[in-house]
Design a binder for this molecule. Sequence first.
Ligand SMILES: [Zn+2]
Length: 63
Amino acid sequence: MKPTYSYACKDYPGMEACPGHFVAETEDELWKLMELHASAAHEEDPSAWSDEDRAYIKTLIKI
Ligand SMILES: [Zn+2]
């Protein structure tokens, strides 16, 4: 079975109420889903995420 990459938005501090949960076959695809969700659901601008933000989010990705 292939590994999957998943991310639960509620794992991010302050997002406990968010039901968003994403699963993808590659980490690259997962980031696209997370970025789309962040802009669509949380009105965030993923292009403004710092390297530290991305490094932290990466620790929340489950493989
Ligand atoms: Zn969310």
